[in-house]
Structures are given as structure tokens and as C-alpha cells.
Design a binder for this molecule. Sequence first.
Ligand code: NAD
Length: 488
Amino acid sequence: MEILNYINGEWLKPEASSYFEVINPATGQIEAKTPIGSALDVAKAALAAQAALAGWKHTPAQDRIQYLFRLKTLLESNIEQLAETITRECGKTLEEARAEMRRAIENVEVACGIPMMSKGEVIEDIAPGIDELMLRQPVGVCATIAPFNFPGMIPFWYLPYAIALGNTYIMKPSEKVPMTMVLIFRLIDQLGLPKGVINMVHGTKDVVDALLEHPSVRAITFVGSSNTARYIYRKAAEHGKRVQAQGGAKNPVVILPDADMEMATKIIADSAFGCAGQRCLAVSWAVTVGEARNPFLESICDAAATRKVGYGLDEGTQMGPVISRENQQRIEQLIGLGVKNGAGIPVDGRNAKVSGYENGAFVRPTILTDVQPDNPLSTTEIFGPVLSMIHATSVEEAIALANRNSYGNQASIFTSSGAAARKFRNEVEAGNIGINIGVAAPMAQFPFSGWKDSFFGDMHGQGMDAVEFFTQKKVIVERWPRDWARKF
Ligand code: NAD
């Protein structure tokens, strides 16, 4: 597939002198080459988006959302091709890829309610003859910088809201997985949108920096690792932009002795090993309390050892590869570091061989035990199919362990005690909480929250938070001369 920019309604060759190879992580074959674009590409996209803004922001919201209704239908009728492309470039199973696209479509559906969600407020007679109004107006040109792990879904936490609210938009996909967005932009191209409303540029740091610095770009949303998120947040703020930056995670799960162990094991295995552990909501650190330890350890080891690993397009595959050979090596080194620092390793997924896919970046599910708080693995994001375990004697101790973490994306508890679950959800420091849920992914009506080092900013993506982020409020206090005359 040729990877081109989409600017002002045209497919354009990026101003690139180098390319990033998009390698199918299961087969090792090159699927595409991402052009590493430049500031010149960003300048063209920003010019197009700025030029489109005046007409688009005055288009009635009711008319703007008609494009989203069409986009929803197109996404639905192309979901198989999109899912297959996600599997080919990102490695997850076809079923996981379909679920990802379903989540993307849900955001389009919610954004179709923007005319209702973005209504302003009026208070009449705040003083005799004086009314006060609050309007929401678009911010201007907005941009999103996306990570590799959900190439189809994450842009939809922002894109449909941004444009339905009258903003124009520039998308920068991850250079590792550009193909899904190219396919989606081929659908966007069929919508008949005014030129320049939605644009796409490809590249890495130079393109990102150009977006952060360009005066026409007024708001930036970012999703990726915490180090990059921190950088984006600082630099965008320095350049006077509205910014939200979602970062990495190290999500704890607490298992109490009264949990339904069969259910807990199945759900926790799906959370820890689904998408090969490359979900920002994957549980990666299990804290067993009291007598939960032995039954949970036994059943999770069994689930890890029997999970069917392979190419996501092959039937029956339960877990695909990680994104690249480099990441495979990084994950294996981290497992080694954990063991060196005293962890046990009852299930070791290193040096995985998958028949027929000898060039794939496979790491099998791995269980590490006794990962004490001073073990670097208790705080390091691994982003692979690795579940680290530790034991606690009480729910209080488990919550304290969970809160030691500098991240705060998600925390889960498995229990049949309402009181314990309530204490957990009140006291644990994370933006998304799962109670007998392994991946507490908020539906599109809710913000995709995140706390501590997992999020830099204020307003989040999705739902009403997206309405807040992609609009600026204007308050008007008004009086009319006739009312004035009547009074005096
Ligand atoms: P990443 O930070 O390496 O890259 C994300 C984006 O930033 C890419 O588009 C990339 O081109 C760009 N980028 C990378 N380095 C940059 C730099 N130095 N300067 C400017 N731009 C740069 O992240 P990734 O490896 O693609 O994604 C995995 C990470 O994303 C994990 O840490 C995961 O937890 C996180 N993530 C978080 C959420 C969330 O909602 N909190 C969701 C998904 C993924």
C-alpha cells in the first residue's frame, strides 16, 4: 500500500527523504513504507485546514453531522477490510481488530449527537433588562498524534467530535501502523466534505514538532508513552495551545479470596494477554490477597501456558505477536531484569517459536511471581503479555501497593464483597476502575480518563469531555436600548 498524505481533499506525496518500514509483526514481511514527512507537509495541511475553517464553522451542526452518519455506514460496511489491515500491521487477532473498529464507530455515533451536546446556555434578566448567554464556538485547527496499538480506534476519540463541533482537523498516525488510517481516509474521501476539513500527514518527531509549533494549530491531542506525552504537553503549552496528552500505564488488579476464581482467571488472562498485552488498559500487575494466592496462581499459570499464540488472521489464534522484533527483545530483557531482581518465573514466554511464522515478533504469555515493590518491574510499563504478581495480607495493603505506582490509567478488583469493592473504587488512584472487569474501557459517552503519569492535561477524549475540549466558551452579557428606555 502506498502511504500518502491527505491534504485539502487530495492525496499528496509527503516531502520525505526517508521511510519507516511497516513490518507485519507475525510474518516479518514489509507491508508498506511510511514516509517520514517534514514541516513543509504540516505547513500545507495547516494552510488547508485554516482556509476551510471559516466555511466549516458556520455550517450548521445539523449539516455537519450528516457527514458522520455517512462515515458510520462506510466504516460498518468496510469493517472486515479494516480489521484485516489492523491485524496485518499491528498484530492483534482479527476478533480484537473488529472490536477495535466497533469502538471507533461508537464514537462516531455519539458525536452525531453534537447538536444536542453542544447547546449553549441563556439566563434572562440577570439584572433588569439584561440577559446573559454562553455560546460554544470551535477552537480552530486541531491535530491528533496517535500511537501504534489501536490504529483504527484512538483517532476516533477525537476526530468525529472535533469536526462535528466546527473545527478543522489534522491527523498524524503512528509511523508503525499507517495503513489503517489510509484506508479510513479513503472512506473519508468519499464523504464529499468541503476540502481541507480533515487532513492527514505522516512522519515522526519533525512532523510532530511542526504541529506543536505551527501558529494555526490551536489544539493538540496526543496518545502514546508517558515520556512523549510529557514532552508534547510542555511544548504545546509553551506554544499557547490547548493540549491533552494520554500516557502509559502499569495497571494493577487485586484478587480477593471471595472472588469467583474461574471468572477472575478468564477475565484477567484476557486483559493481561489480549492484544499481546499492548493495551493501555491491560492489567499487568496482580496483587493476590490472603488465600486467593494459590488458586489464582495455579489457574492463571494454566491460562497463560495454554493460550494459543499465532498469526491473528489464522482461525483459533488467541494472541498475536507484539509490534516488532525490537519490542520483543525489549520485553524479554525486562523479563530477565525482573528475574534478576528476585522474581520467580513459573511461565516463561521468552524465545517463543511459532511454527510457520519463524520471523514473527512473538512473546508467549509470561507469569512472574513475588515481584516486590523494589523490583523495577513493579513500576515499569512492559507493554507485552507479562503478568507480574505480588501477595498482600489485606485489602488495605493491596490498595497501598496499587497506589505506589506512578501511573493511574486503570485499577481493577475481583471480589464478591460490595464493601471491599466500594473501598477500592473510593481509594485507588486511577482514572478507570474495573469491578470484576479486566479492561475497564469507557464507552464513548464517558471520558477516557487517566490519572497521574498516565495523563497530562485536564479535559479528556470522548463524550462531553470532547465537547469541552473542542470548543471555547464565549459569554455575552446583553442589553437593548428599548429596555433601557423603558426602565428610566
Ligand atoms: P510513542 O510515544 O512512542 O509514540 C506515539 C506517537 O508519538 C507516534 O505518533 C510517534 O510518531 C510520536 N513520537 C514518538 N516519539 C516522539 C518524540 N520524541 N517527539 C515527538 N513525537 C514522538 O507511543 P507508542 O509506542 O506508539 O504507543 C504505546 C504507548 O502508548 C504505551 O506507553 C501505551 O501505554 C500508550 N497508550 C496510552 C493510551 C491511553 O489512553 N493512556 C492508549 C493507548 C496507548
